[in-house]
Design a protein around this ligand. Structure first.
Ligand code: GLA
Length: 727
């Protein structure tokens, strides 16, 4: 066989959605290759030329003794290591004999009638119109099969992939790398987009041109983390919010991950997302399988706006818990920034009185209600009410809150334990700790080893018991530190590299049991703010506390970044006091309100300290939010073009009948005139009545002429325009 023969396409699999196509080929050599990922082609388009017409690069190894069959130049699907492709592989193994050589070739392909879900892991639910391909690659000598389970959701325009890796040999092997998705592009003319930050400033969007070498984000913290989002996008240089080609890969996973692109010697790009290979080592005994998390892939030439809409629709319809996905979210008062740990029954009821009077719907009792907890030094793990502090039973407090017309919610941090707690004293072996080192504390707490079944069962019993016993409508699930000393006291030496992933599998098992037992309880995720805002958590928690920074101006880039991938109703956003606790900035109440109304809305302040005029304003704001709730929570979010992107943010929410446009001007400038703001995406030839003036505008007028932004009187001011469609 010569190289051209070996590169003959013997099979082509096309996965097709409403607007996109992913095509995979099998070559005569048995290699599985990426043929196309992008716009739909005419049915039956033969993509053999993509491989046949590849040029020839020098100084690369031949394959199978065939001169010029250069694996390193082929766009491979799920590349392995030890072959003539010396780029970073998707999978890496260590066999019992010490070898890591793996040569995966096509074994079989099967179209499935239903999408199999990855075992024990969250994933997009099967949709009505869906194609699923199970593509198996194998190396019989190494005793490994790899099955790529790829589905195309026609209506949602998404592709999803998880991978099942099986030890078909007779001796155990170790898996040290197992990506969820790996795709080779025969080009490097892209910008890479990732989201980065830190506590209090999560999800700032970064964009830069791809360079030779590896680039991207990863986490080694045991959680997806404040510093990076399990997501990567590649956009053509001219792609912006409105238009242009972009490919996104979002990982449905909450632990250590890697999301990156690597540009090789020949200006080709390999993009990969999956569990972070760093410190990962999974022992796979004969006949056992390992399943990766699911990656959700979207491609569009509709710019970042269409990419974000694809993710919003898919995650709303197929990922968020069904019960809550499109249910209106209540207006919340959370006592944390109002009282911190310093509360008693009187203070809580006073806050509830004020909240009820202004129209709040749900009262959340945050940290400090349990054990003997009056600061962050004790009691995590002791999840029974501190009746002395609550001035009676939890049920009595709940009844009193309910009697004021408010639902009741509670804060928990189940994954943690304080050294000063009955739970720790009873089960010191339940924490993540290496016996030869004193485990590190963070916020005075240890992390429970959620990989242990006994710990999972204890948490399920405790939390389901809490929800069974009390009339709780909402649970805030916090996680206030990352993992150090990663070692499980329940695993043998040969399996310590499984600890981090087992932790996440355990977390998902507990969350699944809890949400199965109480689907009606609104679960809000949190990890010191957005320290674990990811698609994995969203499968259980339909909303997540976006950031501990509630300053309206600081929230703008955080919420814009978060909403690039995650639906706006999943972002929990509260109005807090000015000056703000984190940045000490004083912003007008209207600006704080408008920014918080981008997501699931509420308050996090001492209403007792508000003036009568402020309370009247809050009451009016809540009434407006309730009137606009459907469009604000579930309308399509679009970021609008502004004149000065350094200083202005503007966004719109659009439903079938309503349009709300918000604008924030950060600093006032002398002697400038603010420009106009143009709406987008309105259906052609529709008419829209302004709520303020009752004047009717055409969609074309609003999208080409737009609204005039008032001259700002001072810093941090906002404007809002509301329109109703005239039928
Ligand atoms: C974290 C959360 C806060 C609050 C505190 C309580 O920091 O992000 O909202 O719940 O914990 O300790």
């Amino acid at each position: 066989m010569n190289a051209q023969d070996a590169k003959q396409l013997v099979k082509q699999f096309d996965l097709i959605t409403a607007h996109a196509q992913m095509s995979i080929g099998v070559l005569a050599s048995g290699h599985v290759v990426a043929l196309h990922l992008g716009a739909r082609m005419p049915a039956g388009t033969d993509l053999a030329g993509v491989i046949q017409e590849l040029g020839r690069a020098s100084y690369l190894a031949d394959t199978d003794g065939i001169h010029d069959l250069r694996l390193e130049q082929l766009p491979l699907v799920y590349p392995a290591f030890g072959t003539p492709d010396m780029r970073t592989p998707a999978i890496n193994i260590r066999r019992a004999n010490g070898s890591s050589v793996l040569d995966l070739r096509f074994q079989s392909a099967q179209w499935l009638t239903t999408k199999p879900l990855p075992d024990g892991l969250p994933a997009l639910r099967a949709a009505a119109r869906m194609q699923t391909l199970a593509l198996t690659l194998a190396d019989s000598k190494a005793g490994v099969t790899v099955t790529l389970v790829i589905s195309a959701d026609v209506a949602h325009d998404t592709f999803a992939q998880h991978v099942v890796i099986k030890n078909t040999g007779t001796t155990p092997l170790h898996l040290t790398r197992a990506m969820s998705w790996s795709w080779d592009l025969l080009n490097d003319q892209y910008d890479i987009i990732t989201q980065s930050g830190a506590w209090g400033r999560e999800m700032h969007t970064n964009r830069r041109a791809l360079q030779p070498g590896e680039q991207g984000v990863n986490s080694k913290r045991g959680a997806s983390g404040h510093g990076q989002d399990p997501f990567v996008a590649l956009a053509s240089a001219h792609t912006d919010w409105q238009q242009g080609q972009v490919l996104g890969a979002s990982l449905v996973y909450s632990g250590d991950f890697s999301a990156k692109a690597a540009v090789d010697m020949h200006q080709n790009t390999r993009v990969q997302v999956g569990i972070a290979p760093f410190d990962f080592d999974w022992k796979l005994v004969p006949q056992n399988s390992f399943t990766t998390p699911e990656a959700v892939i979207a491609v569009t030439d509709g710019g970042l706006r269409e990419l974000s809409h694809i993710y919003h629709r898919a995650y709303t319809d197929c990922l968020l818990p069904k019960y809550w996905a499109v249910k209106p979210r209540p207006v919340v008062i959370n006592n944390w920034e109002a009282t911190y740990f310093d509360f008693d029954r009187e203070k809580l009821l006073a806050l509830a009185d004020h909240a009820a009077a202004i129209g709040v719907e749900l009262f959340v009792l945050d940290d400090g209600w349990f054990g003997r907890r009056n600061d962050d030094r004790s009691s995590l793990g002791d999840w029974w009410p501190n009746e002395a502090k609550l001035g009676g039973s939890l049920d009595r407090l709940i009844a009193e809150i309910n009697a004021r017309g408010l639902q009741f919610g509670l804060w928990v941090e189940p994954e943690m334990v304080s050294p000063d707690s009955d739970l720790y004293r009873a089960h010191p072996d339940w924490i993540i700790a290496d016996p030869d080192h004193t485990p590190q504390l963070a916020r005075n707490q240890y992390v429970l080893d959620l990989g242990q079944r006994v710990v999972q069962d204890y948490l399920i019993k405790t939390l389901v018991g809490l929800l069974d016993a009390h009339h709780i409508s909402y649970l805030k699930w916090d996680m206030n530190r990352n993992l150090t000393d990663v070692f499980s006291q329940a695993l043998p030496a040969s399996q310590q590299g499984e600890c981090r992933h087992r932790y996440i599998l355990g977390l998902y098992r507990v969350l699944a049991a809890l949400t199965h037992a109480h689907p009606e309880v609104l679960l809000e995720g949190c990890a010191g703010g957005g320290g674990r805002f990811d698609a994995g958590m969203l499968a259980y928690a339909p909303q997540i506390w976006t950031s501990d920074d509630t300053d309206a101006i600081a929230r703008l880039p955080i919420q814009r970044g978060t909403s690039l991938v995650y639906p706006p109703q999943a972002m929990s956003c509260h109005v807090s006091l000015a000056p703000n606790e984190q940045v000490h900035r004083i912003t007008p109440l209207t600006t704080r309100t408008q920014v918080a109304q981008m997501g699931a809305f509420g308050y996090e302040l001492d209403l007792g300290a508000c003036t009568t005029a402020e309370l009247a304003q809050l009451k009016a704001d809540i009434a407006e939010y309730k009137r606009l709730r459907q469009v604000l929570q579930f309308g399509q979010l679009d970021w609008l073009v502004v004149h000065d992107p350094q200083n202005e943010y503007a966004w719109q929410k659009l439903s079938d009948t309503m349009l709300v446009i918000d604008h924030v001007n950060i600093l006032a400038q002398p002697n400038t005139v603010l420009k106009r703001l143009r709406a987008c995406a309105l259906p052609p030839h529709t008419q829209w009545r302004s709520q303020a003036s009752a004047q009717v505008y055409s969609a074309e007028y609003l999208m080409t002429i737009g609204v005039a932004i008032p001259q700002p009187q001072g810093d941090f001011v906002s404007s809002r325009w509301q329109f109703e469609q005239v039928t």
